[in-house]
Ligand binder design. Structure first.
Ligand code: Y39
Ligand code: FE
Ligand code: FE
Ligand code: FE
Length: 230
């Protein structure tokens, strides 16, 4: 059930809230920074889409600035070293794939997995955010749908040649997402974001994306639950 910040009487100024926010806000800031860099790298890998991808990378830096303002507004210092560690697995896998020219893997990691993770987190956060952060996040989540759409369209157009690499990249990276969700669950709960809701929204976004790309329902069931119990 959808609940709202006002009726939950969330105390955005409490030490407990601010402590959890120092990590979640840092995750989002670091995530936006890495997304910015990932789209610059993708622009190099896909010269035909350079202009679009540079535009997406600039949107990611604007998101980062918006979330930095959300932290300042609550007088919270983001724990950036924590956030770097949080993203290390996906970040390392993206870098490795980029170095090998594996553009399909790069797109799966950034434009499908990370964008779906962001969309799920932002959708769940919006109803329980403070007024300032809600306005920022509402603007950001619209952009994230367009980033997801870029990945979907490219992978759909190149589905036959990409399918095997997508399966392998999913196998290597989806378990990392479930681990990340577990790591952040307690802090998310402090912000009134339910883990079950995050998992559900992620599965819906990711399943829809896989469907739009061309996977069958049977494939989607297998792919999207991979590593869920790990
Ligand atoms: O494409 C993007 O802008 C994505 C990088 C941003 C990732 C945000 C990650 C959100 C996870 C937060 C988890 C809170 C429960
Ligand atoms: Fe973003
Ligand atoms: Fe994005
Ligand atoms: Fe779509």
């Amino acid at each position: 059930m959808q609940q709202f910040a006002a009726e939950l009487e969330i105390d955005f100024k409490s030490e407990k809230y601010k402590d959890a926010y120092s990590r979640i806000n840092a995750i989002v800031i670091e995530g936006e920074q890495e997304a910015h860099e990932n789209y610059i790298k993708l622009a190099e890998l896909l010269p035909a889409h350079q202009e679009t991808l540079i535009r997406l990378s600039k949107m990611e830096s604007r998101h980062k600035k918006g979330f930095e303002a959300c932290g300042r507004n609550l007088q919270v210092e983001p724990d950036l070293p924590f956030a770097k560690e949080f993203f290390a697995g996906l970040h390392g896998n993206f870098q490795k794939a980029a170095a090998e020219g594996k553009v399909v893997t790069c797109l799966l990691i950034q434009s499908l997995i990370i964008e779906c993770f962001a969309i799920a987190a932002y959708n769940i956060y919006i109803p329980v955010a403070d007024d300032f952060a809600r306005k920022i996040t509402e603007g950001v989540v619209k952009d994230e749908y367009s980033h997801l759409n870029f990945g979907e369209v490219w992978l759909k157009e190149n589905f036959a040649e990409s399918k095997a690499e997508l399966e392998e990249a999913n196998r290597q990276n989806l378990p990392i997402v479930w681990k990340m969700l577990n790591e952040v669950a307690d802090d998310a709960q402090t912000l009134a974001m339910e883990k079950d809701a995050l998992v559900e929204d992620f599965m819906i976004q990711y399943g829809e994306a896989l469907s739009n790309i061309g996977f069958t329902t049977r494939d989607i069931m297998r792919l999207s639950a991979y590593g869920l119990t790990a």
